[in-house]
Structures are given as structure tokens and as C-alpha cells.
Design a protein around this ligand. Structure first.
Ligand SMILES: Nc1nc2c(c(=O)[nH]1)N[C@H]1C(S)=C(S)[C@@H](COP(=O)(O)O)O[C@H]1N2
Ligand SMILES: [Mo]
Length: 408
């Protein structure tokens, strides 16, 4: 490929295999972590329990699933915090990588042989799935639920496309990366056209721009570090939360007992004050139906634990919750060792209004139907009269405004 045949915008002397290989290795490490934590999140949603699965696949695609543990309590906080923050940090690296191979993406003719065609197809799937996962992920954490499809389903299937394309791409490019980073012999001049237009030596400055590859890598690393610095506060408690300028729920809040992030307010969930007034009852079903008022729940043994709420959006916060053990409620329902419990809220419709919890989650002594937080009654926005809190579970299963629990 001769530089003179390229549009001006594609000409840059610092492009080349060395830069592409370094960015590629960085992405291989980072995207692997994002993919693994993403699949961990899918497992944490316990999609095998009835009512939890938004991706009705079953079969091979779900055969890797294992039950999600309840310890350590910060497990989902860690995996989902990493998923979102590392994912954001990779955006500048993906952009730089695309820039570094830009001339190749539009090389002509598009297909020269079957092998070349397959290689280009894998690159197309890799680029499009990476961009798709990043765009849907960023829109989701910015709480713009604007897609004409389910975020979970699309993001999950997108991940499978990505994993497949990534594995193919790594297999096809491993040799090129090795040759670019650890060359054995001097490369044959003009001997192959698989690399970008120009190949100056190593990381030194070029005559044309004065910008070296090292400068470019520094700028990309700086952009990633800035993104991390402006979002990591949402996963950490304390004063750092104020630094989460890129996170919609990282803004400074008051310091009352109920002053922490709210996923969905009572008003936006359509909760009316009549439903949560003195007439509210918790209905338990097991071998017999049981109705309990809030006063009756408060008369049962109360337990207090510090547990995080960790949202799929990446934010999390640890609070001190008090209430009744789920295991005690199971016993009251007549099923002391249930296989699962279906928790339903007063919220009509919406995908977060109900969730199923596993036997392991019910049995953990720290799993509560919380009535209080930080020593005060729950606020309406945090789920008054009663809400679920389960160690290490994703926030989406910590159902607020609970009205019915069906032990099965
Ligand atoms: N009924 C109901 N419960 C719900 C939700 C909801 O929309 N409706 N959102 C869930 C999600 S996604 C999260 S992260 C937590 C957040 O709890 P918080 O708003 O008290 O911080 O509540 C969960 N419980
Ligand atoms: Mo959430």
C-alpha cells in the first residue's frame, strides 16, 4: 500500500504495527476483564430462577451458569464496579486502536480471498460488537433507557458476538503482534501489505508531526485515567463520591439516614401513599397464607447488618440495615427450607417490581426484609414500609415496597 494513494486524513507516520499491537494487547487484557465481570453480572441475576430471566435462551448459552454466592458481601460491588469503570476507561483506547488501523478498515478490494474475507468479517463483528456494547452500556449507566429493545438481552447477546469475534481475532493476529513487538529479524521492506501505511522505527518522534508514539500512548492513557478519576467515586463511599462527575447518581447528597442514591423514586414507580399507609400488610405464602402489619414485623426478632446496595449501573453504597431475617419469614410461612422466594412489590408493571431469590440467599442470616436503615424508618423512596436487602446480590433484586413473598 503506497501512502500517496491514501486520503490525507489517513496519513500519519506514527501509525503502524507497533502502536496497533500495544493498543491491542491493552484491549485484550481490559476487554477480557469487562467480559468476565459482565458474565458474572448475568450469573448474579440468577436467570435460572423463574421470573428472573430476561434472556430466555437456555441451552448452551446458559450452561456455564453457577449459583451466585452471598459472600463476600462486596462481591457484586467489586465485579460490577470493575465492569463499568474498566469499560469506561477502555473507550479512549478503543478509539485510538480504531484510528491506528483506520486505513486497513477501508482497504480495497474489500475481499481478496476466502481467508481474507473471513478475517475481515471477524474484524467487522469485533468492531461493531465492541462499539455496540460500549454505546448501550454508557447509555444504560447514564440511565437513558432509550433503546427500542431490552438492554439486558441486547447487551448479553452482543457480548457473545464480541467474545467469538475477539477469540478469532486474537488467533489470527497473535503472530502479527509478536512480530511487531518482539521482532527477530529486520522486516522485509515492502514485503507485505498487511500493515498500516507507514512503519517508522519504534517510539521515536517522526519528521512530519513531531508527535511520537509514546506521546500518543501518553495522551490515550491520560484520557483513560481522567475517565476513571471522574467515575470511580460512585463505587466508593465517603468524600470520593463527590468526584464522580461523570456518574448521574454520584452527586453529593445530604447526610441524613436516608440520604443515599435512589434507583427509582416512589413517585416514578407509581407508589401511592394509601398503599403504604396503616392498611399495608405483608402477605407470606408457603404452606399457609400469613398477613403481617408493619408493627407485627417490628415485633419479630430484629437484626442489623452493614450491607452494600450495588447497582448494575456501577454505583454502590454501604448502609446499615435493620429488619427481619428472610429465613424467619420462611419459617413463618410454613416452609423453613424453601427452594426460592418470589418477592413482589406494590409497583405495577416495570421490570424491577418483582424478583426471585435463591435458597442460598434466603438461608443467609444477613438477608433481611429491612424496615429501617441507619436506625431510622426507611424513607418512601428507599422502599417503605419494607424492602429486601441480600448480601452480594445485585441491587435490582433488593425489591422495594414489598407486598407479597411466595415461598416455594
Ligand atoms: N419495586 C422496586 N424495587 C427496586 C427497584 C425498582 O425499580 N422497583 N429498583 C431496584 C434497583 S435497580 C436498585 S439498584 C435498588 C436501589 O435501591 P435504592 O433506590 O434504595 O438505593 O432498588 C431496587 N429495588
Ligand atoms: Mo440497579
Amino acid at each position: 500500500m503506497k501512502p500517496s494513494t491514501q486520503p490525507v486524513i489517513f496519513r500519519s507516520a506514527i501509525r503502524g504495527r507497533w502502536l496497533t499491537a500495544v493498543l491491542g494487547l491493552g484491549l485484550l487484557a481490559g476487554l477480557t476483564l469487562v467480559a468476565l465481570t459482565g458474565f458474572a453480572s448475568h450469573a448474579a441475576y440468577e436467570p435460572r430462577l423463574p421470573g428472573n430471566n430476561t434472556n430466555p435462551t437456555g441451552g448452551l448459552l446458559e450452561s456455564w451458569l453457577v449459583g451466585w454466592p452471598t459472600s463476600p458481601v462486596w462481591l457484586y460491588r467489586l465485579t460490577q464496579g470493575l465492569h463499568v469503570i474498566v469499560g469506561l476507561a477502555l473507550v479512549p483506547i478503543v478509539l485510538a486502536k480504531l484510528w491506528s488501523v483506520m486505513p486497513l478498515l477501508f482497504s480495497w478490494p474489500p475481499v481478496r480471498s476466502v481467508a481474507h474475507g473471513l478475517e475481515r468479517l471477524s474484524v467487522f463483528l469485533l468492531v461493531s460488537s465492541t462499539v455496540f456494547e460500549m454505546v448501550t452500556g454508557v447509555l444504560n449507566i447514564q440511565t437513558y433507557y432509550v433503546f427500542p429493545f431490552s438492554f439486558y438481552t441486547a447487551h448479553y447477546y452482543g457480548a457473545w458476538v464480541f467474545i467469538t469475534a475477539m477469540a478469532l481475532h486474537v488467533a489470527l493476529k497473535a503472530g502479527t503482534v509478536r512480530a511487531a513487538l518482539w521482532p527477530k529479524a529486520p522486516t522485509r521492506p515492502g514485503g507485505d501489505d498487511d500493515g498500516p501505511a507507514s512503519e517508522p522505527e519504534r517510539a521515536g518522534p517522526t519528521e512530519t508531526s513531531g508527535v511520537s508514539r509514546r506521546d500518543l500512548l501518553g495522551a490515550v492513557a491520560g484520557a483513560s485515567a481522567t475517565v476513571v478519576a471522574l467515575s470511580v467515586g460512585q463505587t466508593l463511599d465517603g468524600p470520593l463520591r463527590r468526584t464522580a462527575l461523570l456518574a448521574p447518581r454520584g452527586l453529593p447528597l445530604g447526610d441524613g439516614p436516608n440520604d443515599f442514591e435512589i434507583n427509582k423514586t416512589a413517585a416514578s414507580a407509581g407508589i401511592d401513599s394509601a398503599g403504604v399507609g396503616p392498611g399495608w400488610r405483608l402477605e407470606l405464602t408457603g404452606t399457609r397464607p400469613v398477613l403481617l402489619s408493619r408493627a407485627e414485623l417490628l415485633a419479630l426478632p430484629q437484626h442489623t447488618y452493614r450491607l452494600p446496595i450495588s447497582c448494575v449501573e456501577g454505583w454502590s453504597t454501604e448502609q446499615s440495615w435493620s429488619g427481619v431475617r428472610l429465613a424467619d419469614l420462611a419459617r413463618l410461612s410454613g416452609l423453613p427450607h424453601p427452594e426460592l422466594v418470589r418477592v413482589e412489590s406494590l409497583q405495577a408493571g416495570g421490570s424491577f417490581g418483582a424478583a426471585s431469590l435463591s435458597a442460598r440467599q434466603i438461608a443467609d442470616e444477613r438477608s433481611l426484609l429491612a424496615l429501617k436503615v441507619n436506625g431510622s424508618d426507611l424513607s418512601l423512596d428507599h422502599g417503605f414500609p419494607a424492602r429486601i436487602i441480600v448480601p452480594a446480590a445485585p441491587g435490582v433484586h433488593c425489591t422495594k415496597w414489598v407486598t407479597r413473598m411466595r415461598f416455594q
